[in-house]
Design a protein around this ligand. Structure first.
Ligand code: ATP
Ligand code: MG
Length: 760
């Protein structure tokens, strides 16, 4: 197993070591009442992933105990999602409903043991009798019923002799328990409803708390992994299994943090509302955070798996930035898919001095994969005297820094020639309808002898040969970071372009289903609506994070001659970067596959001999490839911009020491930046800096709790708003605590404690 084991795998390994189980069996237990979303993907990755890592297996179990909301179409969607993500279940899909007879037997057994009773309070009374957090509850008088009476009533409940809500089966535990869930939890309720599998066989249905632990036990599950909201249910889980004195081994429940993503709603109830209200085209609308939606949009399973891997498994709830998910898909496609040209908002350019060979078309051969690590494969792009370019790639009155075509500034047509604008033709309303231009015959890409300086290259397509396509552009479904209601929907989340023009090879050769349209983003042939007559492409994601701080126009340019060293990160994603040497390629391969660096970081290191040798030397001191790579590729690289290796004040051993302190959680990564800066100036050892300045990370809850208390006291309004459901404020509290400790508080611990405090 990897050294960076998560806490669940640590538990599993410990249990194996102790011989607690012969085999690791997990389960993924969705309720088939909606399509699975990205949160389920996290749970799938954890449950199936752990089973795979320890040679066990994971059951796919439909938790179908609520007949009124469930349906086979959701079962199918769940199966699809698991398969698409690359996982497999043993033999068959399991259903809780298959265990209804067995679960009923267990209920009878509890009644016989005097551990369960039929209660006849109504819903409101039950709530009232339960008490509050500060006040013990009281037991219903029906709890005094004899075993015989209970057995008789339960039997009659099962036979359908009562109305819904008339009676309910409860465990007899403790009405004064500090854990409110333990105050005689409900085990069975009456529901006169048709079940999609058991039909009308049952009119009583077991509650989650009763059915779940027993289903796990029946299937021989070893580790029952669920999300944190079930933490308090764990006591019932244990109580049921222990009270029934089931033969060991029995399963144990372990909780992890639920995934939350900003700009996204994830509850199936809310997603269903979007579907039913036609706010989206269905569960698989490419804007939906469902697996079906991502699939239709063009996301790859690998990108989702990578995302789940990156966010890790923690015990404290937190919000993940949606741009992280977008990064993962971009990162995956960047190295894989062919790059082609498409014009979304065309304007015609007539090249006056161009005549095609033999009066036909010139065909320009261009690689599909002009990537950092190039691949075989090319297509021919037709070129003629009439082409389309993007409307916004021409400006009659350019702002300063505009690098594309203007009346005075030539531009390169990507893969082809340089053109110069001669005349702008407008309609009666002053709209530009055509540009007349000339081309420079000796400027062909790759064999340019023209000596003409241009500042950028733009995409184009041949107006006579290009294919018309429909392009669907998607933006985030919600405009607010913490969406709450339909009012937060982004009205511009979908725009459709009916007449974009793409180079013919894309349609004729179908080199792939996904493409990078150069300078536009990544696109996917819609698996449902695409036809030969009307090819439809979905935008998967842009080339960079368009929601990050709005960039200046200049940044949008594709630089041909790189004047100043651009930020390395961006170069990788859109640049027409130089091909790598064989040596660099080998390093890149090793970094991405063996050392598991992401391709951006690997690219930075592999291309720079100084950096990579520095990095490799760091590795001899410390086996923490990812942590070291991040510091070397970012911070050390910055230092080396205007210094030579031998001018650095610090050595590789110091970088290793610094990373080790982060790994061991002695310091936070925020503080590490501060320490690094000082190392650059003075060359001191990081440990010495941390000690002298008292920068050691504060992880002891006793030191952090008083700070949280103070912040809670000082911000009563925010506390109230948070409790009323404004989740966004969670970040506010975390930020305040971190700030109050000068960045020294351990974010993980803070997260956990703030969660506890705010939810208590
Ligand atoms: P929702 O509240 O979104 O409707 P749920 O928890 O009711 O989801 P289930 O179908 O009951 O959905 O869940 C199946 C499994 O997926 C459970 O083990 C649950 O813990 C897990 N799961 C659901 N949502 C998330 C999430 N956001 N992050 C991680 N795991 C999740
Ligand atoms: Mg649920």
């Amino acid at each position: 197993m990897s050294e960076n084991k998560d806490f669940l795998r640590a538990i599993v390994e410990e249990d194996l070591k102790k011989g607690k189980y012969k085999e690791i069996i997990t389960r993924f237990p969705p309720e088939p009442n909606g399509f699975p979303h990205i949160g389920h993907a996290k749970s799938i990755c954890i449950n199936f992933g752990i089973a795979r890592d320890y040679n066990g297996y994971c059951n796919l179990r439909m938790d179908d105990t609520n007949p009124t909301t469930e349906d086979t179409k959701y079962v199918e969607a769940l199966k699809d999602a698991v398969k698409w993500l690359g996982f497999d279940w043993k033999e068959k899909v399991y259903y809780t409903s298959d265990y209804f007879p067995k679960i009923y037997e267990y209920a009878v057994q509890l009644v016989k043991m005097g551990k369960a009773y039929v209660d006849s309070l109504n819903e409101e009374e039950i709530r009232e009798y339960r008490g509050t957090v500060t006040q013990a509850g009281r037991r219903s008088k029906y709890a005094e019923r004899s075993v015989e009476e209970n057995l008789d009533l339960l039997e009659k409940m099962r036979k359908g002799e009562f109305k819904e809500g008339e009676h309910i089966l409860r465990a007899k535990i403790d009405m004064g328990a500090a854990n409110m869930k333990m105050r005689d939890p409900l085990l069975y309720r009456i529901r006169h409803a048709h079940h999609f599998r058991t039909q009308d066989e049952w009119c009583i249905y077991p509650m989650y708390d009763f059915a779940h632990c027993l289903s796990d036990y029946i299937e021989g599950v070893s580790h029952s992994i669920c999300t944190l909201e079930f933490e308090n249910n764990r006591d019932i889980y244990d109580w049921v299994l222990d009270t029934l004195k089931l033969e060991p081994p029995r399963p144990y429940q372990h909780e992890f943090a639920r995934l939350g993503i900003n700009y996204t709603v994830m509850s199936k109830r809310k997603l269903l509302e979007l579907v039913n209200g036609n706010y989206v085209s269905g569960w698989d609308d490419p804007r939906m955070p469902t697996i079906a939606g991502y699939k239709r949009r063009g996301y790859t399973p690998e990108s989702i798996l990578n995302f789940c891997d990156q966010i890790g498994i923690a015990k404290a709830n937190s919000m993940v930035d949606v741009s992280q998910l977008e990064f993962c898909i971009r990162d995956d496609l960047n190295t894989k898919v062919p790059r082609v040209m498409c014009v979304l908002d065309p304007i015609k350019v007539v090249i006056e001095n161009y005549e095609a060979p033999n009066g036909k078309f010139e065909e320009i051969e261009a690689s599909y994969y002009p990537h950092d690590v190039p691949k075989e494969g090319s297509r021919k792009i037709p070129f003629s005297n009439e082409i389309f370019i993007e409307r916004e790639d021409f400006s009659e009155n350019p702002v300063k820094g505009y690098n594309r075509l203007t009346p005075d500034q030539p531009v390169r047509l990507r893969h082809a020639y340089i053109i110069t604008c001669k005349e702008v033709i407008k309609d009666d309303n002053g709209n530009i309808i055509q540009i007349n231009a000339t081309y420079h015959p000796d400027s062909k890409s790759g064999q340019d002898k023209s000596g003409i300086k241009v500042k950028s290259a733009i995409q184009w397509t041949c107006a006579k040969k290009a294919k018309k396509i429909e392009v669907r552009l998607y933006d985030r479904l919600y405009k607010n970071e913490a969406p709450e209601s339909l009012e937060d929907l982004n009205p511009n989340s979908l725009s459709i372009i009916k007449d974009a023009y793409i180079e013919p090879a894309v349609i004729e050769e179908k080199a792939d289903e996904r493409f990078q349209f150069e300078r536009q983003g990544y696109f996917y042939a819609d698996p449902i609506d695409y036809t030969d007559e009307n090819p439809v492409f979905n935008k998967i994601v842009g080339l960079k994070d368009s929601w990050a701080k709005k960039s200046k126009t200049e940044e949008n340019e594709t630089q041909v001659k790189v004047e100043k060293k651009p930020e390395v990160k961006k170069e990788v994603i859109h640049g027409e970067a130089q091909a790598m040497s064989d040596e660099q390629k080998a390093l890149f391969e090793k970094y991405t596959t063996e050392l598991k660096l992401n391709s951006e970081v690997a690219n930075i290191l592999a291309r720079d001999a100084q950096l990579s040798s520095f990095y490799e030397e760091c590795l001899t001191h410390l086996n923490s490839p990812v942590g070291l790579a991040n510091i070397v590729a970012n911070d050390v690289a910055k230092e080396l911009k205007d210094k030579e290796l031998n001018e650095l004040k610090f050595k590789t051993s110091q970088i290793a020491e610094l990373v080790n302190m982060i790994d061991e959680e002695t310091i936070s990564s925020k503080i590490a930046k501060q320490v690094f800066e000082q190392m650059c100036e003075t060359g001191e050892k990081p440990k010495a800096i941390v000690e002298a300045k008292g920068l050691i990370q504060i992880s002891n809850p006793e030191d952090i709790l008083p700070i949280i208390d103070e912040i809670i006291v000082k911000n009563p309004d925010n506390v109230e708003k948070y409790k009323a459901g404004n989740q966004k404020l969670f970040g506010f509290f975390i930020g305040q605590v971190i700030k109050a400790t000068g960045g020294k508080a351990n974010p993980k611990v803070v997260n956990e404690l703030v969660t506890q405090k705010l939810n208590s």
